[in-house]
Design a protein around this ligand. Sequence first.
Ligand SMILES: [Zn+2]
Length: 487
Amino acid sequence: MAKRRLAIARLWYEANSFSPLRTNLAAFQAREWVSGEAARAFYAGTATEIGGVLAVEPDHPDWEFHYLHCTAAPPGGLVEPAAFTSISQRILAGLNERKWDAVYLSLHGAMATIDNPTPELHLLKSVRSMIGAVPLGASFDLHAHLSAEMAALLDATSGYHTYPHIDMDAAAKRTLALLIAKVERRARPAIAVAKVPAIMPSFNMRTADGPMAELQELAGLWRRQRGMLDVTIYGGFAYGDSPFAGPSVVAVAEKDQKLAQRCANALAAEFLKRKQQFHVRLPRAADGLLQAMKAEGEGPAIVLDPADNPLSGGIGDTSGLFQALLDSKPPAGTVFAFFWDPPLVDMCHQLGAGVSFEAKLGGRIAPDFGAPVPIKAKVLKLTDGKFRNEGPYEHNLAVDVGRTVLLEAGNVRVIVTEGCQTPNDPAYFRLHGIDPKSVPLLCVKAKNHFRAAFADMARCLIDVDCPGPASAGLFHYKFNHAPQHIW
Ligand SMILES: [Zn+2]
């Protein structure tokens, strides 16, 4: 018997509608831009969706796996329409090449372009109209904006169950298992969506503790019920302005649409009940730093500035935490990561290690979030910005943050990079000759994903509130697409 054919493609991007930046095609080409054998080599052994697909490929000897265009860019601002069109066309051209028995897409679910708040719906519609009734499956990030319109185009779906996201590969495996079961007539998935009418920030959305942990436990009870195939709770992305904004629950039941809808509705109601718990108040930077410096115990005291976390659409540019740090008389050996400043990195690479100079850090792109901070700096170390993740988040993935420089400014060592990416992995610090465990005070533009690798080694982890494009105070933002009653 001829083998069945599975097409695999990926378009993964999270858009912060309030970021002053725009994302072009080059951002996708720089991070992930592969197909065919190159995709196999790139994702093998990684804790990503395509890594998950590769891992289960040997379990399906009667299927051929075809890796079409796979791409992702680090989260940022709205995507330029031409970039989305170009990527969609590559995926569709790949699908157009032969007949398929199933199609799997690795999507994020909170992408937005300058002219389209729901490009993934658009892509799913285009794929559906090309492949007709061929079963289509898609997996999504926990912060996706799912909708009934999207689910109606799918035969199989699942999403991450963890935040920090350490089950990206498992989400793909769950989706593929449903999709293949559907093709092989072992399952008849019925998919239902329930929306939660609210916009929830993700500060308190970790799945290890707090309200999301309770919701995951309730979802687990539903998953074990007879007739249920999958349940995913989506938190939505608070800085993504979409008509589908807000959390959602997607339930998949064997043939039984009513059961799926009952499950989705019940969990969405539980989510809404906990609404207030998702709205947190964070300390000011000065107070958070003081608290960190007083903390007792082993390991680094860590202060996080989530308002400028690139994985939430931050721009590596706000200066609130850095200014407060300099004002707070930090201990020797303190590390600040990071500022995104390509011209400064270039200048330092020309100057060379050991040279001292005067510089301004931050406030380069959006001084409204904080003025540039003047410093006397010395170039300690220059790097090519390339490493491989050691921690559980996107484990083993090759990362390139562009060239970097480690500067010394008094007691503080500051990392400045050519690319704008969250420093979420210990290897990022080791690249700069820094053992994060031995740093007394570590200040980072990051949020919950950072905890995957650092929570266990930290003396304390404190989120602080600074001005920035991903601040805890959602009332700063004006939504145009999200339904008015939810924000
Ligand atoms: Zn996410």
